[in-house]
Design a binder for this molecule. Structure first.
Ligand SMILES: [Zn+2]
Length: 218
């Protein structure tokens, strides 16, 4: 991991605030569509590649979580399944299903607002930070991404509270979604660099093999 200067760190934090504000605004728009206030963005630096709200109600499909829809759109926009160098923003900690998909895309960073102690792909099941996934199967799973949790949590909570104050109070009381008691040490987890793997190189060669062979007229 390259050492960031104070300037680039501040710029990155500013960009995270801009993108998360957009994600939180989008979670409010989800309510207008009859969905729960979930939203996700896939960005590369200050460029939004794709954004989505939940489409579970509209599609009658429980796999249409905002993060999965945003990931799917981003792959189509970029014309590739890998999202290395991209950040996934979510107003709620990605669930285990979305976290698993994110790891398969080799996403570089995940930034979320409200923790999800019952369903989260970090708080409940350590999918986002499971280093064994990438060390054992580096050809399938990306290196452990940087994760920033609890980011702009109070802003994100205001949308849920405005959606339904009583239900939001019950959700918090039952501990479905929360974050007030989160350990500050777990708010920012740095990426774990990928180990050079022979098998990943072989897979990469296999993927790019035909074009390389054509290039060198072999
Ligand atoms: Zn999910």
């Amino acid at each position: 991991m390259t050492e960031k200067t104070d300037g680039s760190r501040a710029k990155s934090a500013d960009n995270d605030r801009t993108m998360m504000a957009r994600c939180i605004a989008l979670s409010a728009a989800a309510i207008e569509q009859g969905e729960l206030p979930f939203a996700g963005l896939v960005c590369r630096g200050d460029k939004v590649i794709a954004q989505a709200t939940n489409e579970v109600v509209q599609g009658g499909d429980i796999t249409r979580h905002a993060e999965l829809v945003a990931i799917s759109k981003a792959q189509k926009v970029l014309g590739q399944k890998e999202l290395a160098g991209c950040t996934l923003y979510s107003n709620i900690e990605p669930c285990a299903m979305c976290a698993f998909a994110a790891r398969e895309t080799r996403i570089e960073r995940v930034v979320f607002s409200i923790r999800s102690p019952m369903m989260g792909g970090l708080s409940k099941w350590n999918v986002l930070r499971d280093s064994e996934l990438s060390s054992a199967m580096p050809e399938v799973f990306g290196p452990v991404p940087e994760v920033i949790g609890g980011f702009m949590r109070e802003d994100a909570e205001k949308i849920w509270e405005s959606w339904h104050p009583l239900i939001w109070a019950a959700i918090k009381r039952r501990g479905y979604l929360d974050g007030e008691d989160a350990d500050p040490a777990l708010e920012h987890l740095h990426a774990i660099p990928e180990r050079h793997s022979l098998i990943r190189k072989i897979f990469a060669l296999h993927r790019h093999g035909p074009s390389l062979l054509r290039k060198f007229r072999l």
